[in-house]
Ligand binder design. Structure first.
Ligand code: PLP
Length: 454
C-alpha cells in the first residue's frame, strides 16, 4: 500500500471532506525551502498561504533549525508551573519589548491560537468577577469574526456553516455588524460612509455594557471571515468605545501578528490601548506550536493576592511554553532584528505595493468578469469572486469554485485554498519581488482557465 493509500485508510484530515480525497488525494510533501514546498514526485509549489498563515521567514530557515537543535541538546520539555526555563524568559522579555506598549507588562503562554483567545476570554471574565462586577460575563464580537474552533472561540466567532451545528453550546454573545466595506451591511458607498457599523456596535454597548466583559475582534483583517480588510479608523473607534463603555478590548492578532500586515502587529497602525492581545501562528516563525496572551499590569494585579483569596488564574496546557517552540520563536525574532523589519518597514512596503498593483491589474482586466473586489494590506491580498459584478451575487456552494481554483492552481505550482469565493495570498515575509511576479503570472493563468470553465 502506498503512503497516500495509507493516509486515506488511517487519517481524518482537518477541514477536509474526506470523500473528496478519493478523487483528489492529499499531496505527499517531502521537503520545503523558503517559499517552496516539494512533493514526492519532485513537483514544487509556492506556499502562497504560508501553510495556514503561519510561516514567516520561509521554510527550513537555517537559523530557526539550529536554534531548535541547540535547544533539544539541553532541555526538551518541562511543565511550566513550579518550573521555568531560559528560552521562555528570554522570549517573554523580547516580546514585551517588541510590543512596546507601556500598559502591557505580562505574557501568558499557551500552545495554539484558539487557546490564546480562550485565555483572554477567561481572564477578562475572571477580572470582572474579582472586581465585584459579576454580571460582566458576556462578549461582543463581529458577525464575520473568527477566533478558533474550540467551543469557547466558536462562541465569539460569526456563525456560518463551519460552526452553526454547535451553536446550541455557545455562551451568550452580542454580534455586531462587521466593517465589510465591499458588502457594506448598511448599503453605503465608501464616500458616504459615516461608520454606521460603529454605531451598530455602540447601540449594543448602550443597552448591554453592564453585562459585557469585553469586545473581541481581529485588527484590520478578518481572516477566515473572508479576508475582509477594513479601515484603521474603524479599529480606532472600537478602541474608543471600549474605553467609553468600560469593557475590555481583546485583539486577536493570531493571524495578523508578526509582520503580515506590514507592521509587526496590525493594531500598531493605530494608537488604541488593548487589554489583551492574542498571538500564535507566526510566533515561532510558523515552525512549532506556541501561543501567548499579552495583558496589562492592571489586569494582572486583579489576580495577584494571597492564595486563600482564590484569585489564581486556573488555566494551563501541557505544552505551555514548550522550550523547543520558545527557542524557535527567539530565533524568529532575531531574524526580524537582522532583517531590520522593525526599524525599516521599506522592505515589506515594496512587496506590498507590487501586491496591490498586481491585484488592481487583475481587477481592471476586462477579461475577468467575475472579479468583484480586490483588497490588500502588507503581505495579505484577496480577490473576491462573484457570479455577477453588478448584484455582487456570490457563487453557490454547489459550484465548488474553491475546489476548481485549488486544482487549477496546483497545476500552476501554487497552493491556493480559497475561502468560499475568496482567493487570497498570505505571503511569507521572505517573498521576493521575482517570486511575487511569478506567483501573479501564474494566478492570471489560473483565472483564465476558471473564466472559461464557469
Ligand atoms: C484570527 C484567528 N484567531 C484564532 C485562530 C485559531 O488558531 P488555531 O488554529 O491555532 O487554534 C485563527 C486560525 O486561523 C485565526 O485566524
Amino acid at each position: 500500500m502506498s503512503y497516500i493509500e495509507k493516509d486515506f485508510k488511517y487519517i481524518w484530515h482537518p477541514y477536509t471532506q474526506m470523500k473528496d480525497c478519493e478523487k483528489y488525494p492529499n499531496i505527499l510533501l517531502e521537503r520545503a525551502k523558503g517559499i517552496k514546498l516539494y512533493d514526492d514526485k519532485g513537483n514544487f509549489y509556492y506556499d502562497i498561504i504560508s501553510s495556514w498563515w503561519c510561516n514567516v521567514h520561509g521554510h527550513n530557515h537555517p537559523k530557526i533549525k539550529n536554534a531548535i537543535k541547540n535547544q533539544l541538546n539541553s532541555l526538551d520539555h518541562i511543565m511550566f508551573a513550579g518550573f521555568t526555563h531560559k528560552s521562555a524568559i528570554k522570549l517573554a522579555e523580547k516580546l514585551i519589548n517588541v510590543l512596546d506598549d507601556k500598559a502591557i507588562t505580562k505574557i501568558f503562554f499557551s500552545d495554539n491560537g484558539s487557546t490564546s483567545v480562550e485565555v483572554a476570554i477567561k481572564m477578562s471574565m475572571q477580572y470582572w468577577y474579582q472586581k465585584g462586577k459579576k454580571n460582566k460575563k458576556q462578549f461582543l464580537c463581529l458577525d464575520y469574526g473568527y477566533h478558533g474552533d474550540t467551543i469557547g472561540t466558536m462562541s465569539v466567532s460569526g456563525i456560518g456553516f463551519f460552526n452553526q451545528k454547535f451553536s446550541s453550546l455557545f455562551y451568550k454573545v452580542h454580534r455586531a455588524k462587521s466593517p465589510y466595506c465591499y458588502r457594506c451591511p448598511f448599503k453605503k458607498k465608501q464616500e458616504s460612509c459615516i461608520f454606521e457599523c460603529v454605531k451598530d456596535m455602540e447601540q449594543i454597548l448602550i443597552k448591554n455594557s453592564k453585562n459585557i466583559a469585553g469586545i473581541i475582534l481581529e485588527p484590520l483583517v478578518m481572516g477566515a471571515g473572508g479576508m475582509i480588510i477594513y479601515p484603521k479608523e474603524y479599529l480606532e473607534k472600537v478602541g474608543e468605545l471600549a474605553q467609553k463603555y468600560n469593557v475590555h478590548l481583546i485583539l486577536d492578532e493570531v493571524a495578523t501578528g508578526f509582520g503580515r500586515t506590514g507592521k509587526i502587529f496590525a493594531y500598531k497602525y493605530t494608537n488604541i490601548k488593548p487589554d489583551f492581545i492574542c498571538i500564535s501562528k507566526g510566533l515561532t516563525g510558523g515552525i512549532l506550536p506556541l501561543a501567548a496572551t499579552f495583558t496589562t499590569e492592571k489586569i494582572y494585579q486583579a489576580f495577584y493576592d494571597d492564595y486563600e483569596k482564590l484569585k489564581t488564574f486556573y488555566h494551563g496546557h501541557t505544552f505551555t511554553a514548550n522550550p523547543l517552540s520558545c527557542a524557535s520563536a527567539n530565533a524568529s525574532l532575531e531574524i526580524f532584528d537582522e532583517e531590520n523589519y522593525f526599524e525599516d518597514e521599506k522592505k515589506l512596503k515594496t512587496i506590498s505595493k507590487i501586491l496591490k498593483y498586481r491585484l488592481k491589474s487583475l481587477k481592471n482586466n476586462k477579461i475577468f468578469k467575475f472579479i468583484g473586489d480586490v483588497r490588500s494590506i502588507g503581505m495579505i491580498g484577496a480577490i473576491e469572486l462573484v457570479r455577477d459584478k453588478k448584484t455582487k451575487k456570490s457563487f453557490e456552494i454547489k459550484d465548488r469554485i474553491g475546489m476548481k481554483i485549488y486544482n487549477e492552481a496546483l497545476k500552476e505550482n501554487l497552493i491556493m485554498r480559497p475561502i468560499g469565493n475568496i482567493i487570497y495570498f498570505y505571503l511569507p515575509l521572505c517573498t521576493s519581488k521575482r517570486d511575487l511576479n511569478k506567483i501573479f503570472d501564474k494566478t492570471e493563468k489560473v483565472l483564465f482557465k476558471i473564466e472559461k470553465d464557469i
